[in-house]
Design a protein around this ligand. Structure first.
Ligand SMILES: [Zn+2]
Length: 150
């Protein structure tokens, strides 16, 4: 048995984040700034698509409905970064880039970071809850592990 890992997933520094939007992504970031997690759903064929591309990959429609999601998710994949590849990351080790599957939007995945969670609890299939980190010009949706309430 390995010892429990007492470390916590850190946030990457805001200085490495530049929010660049366009007409297709702006609604996602506007919602995040208001503390809401949303996903783009094709108005024609009801397929979710993220990132919100101009054309639906299923039916080529450009019509989008923005659906508010419950803010929970399942961890699909992640990595625990132990070495700072940039000087700015030296104080952020370990940090955990991740791919998550949000509840309420079948078929899409969001690239994010896991934060405020013990490294030992971060396993594929773990249940997650969204949080919003304020940054210049908006907020970034990130996720933390939800521990079973027992
Ligand atoms: Zn469609």
């Amino acid at each position: 048995m390995s010892r429990p890992d007492p470390r916590t997933a850190q946030r990457p520094p805001d200085s490495l984040f530049t929010l660049v939007t366009d007409q297709w992504t702006q609604p996602y970031w506007d919602a995040a700034a208001q503390g809401k997690l949303v996903a783009a759903k094709c108005e024609n064929c009801v397929t979710f698509r993220m990132p919100p591309t101009p054309f639906c990959p299923q039916c080529r429609s450009q019509q989008i409905d923005w659906i508010e999601l419950p803010g929970t998710a399942t961890l699909y994949s992640h990595t625990v970064v132990e070495r700072a590849i940039l000087l700015e990351l030296a104080d952020c080790i370990p940090y955990v880039p991740a791919v998550v599957e949000p509840d309420g939007a079948p078929g899409i995945r969001i690239i994010t970071n896991i934060v405020e969670s013990s490294i030992e609890d971060i396993v594929s299939g773990a249940k997650l809850s969204v949080l919003f980190d304020p940054v210049e010009g908006g907020a970034i949706p990130r996720f933390r592990i939800v521990k079973d309430a027992k």
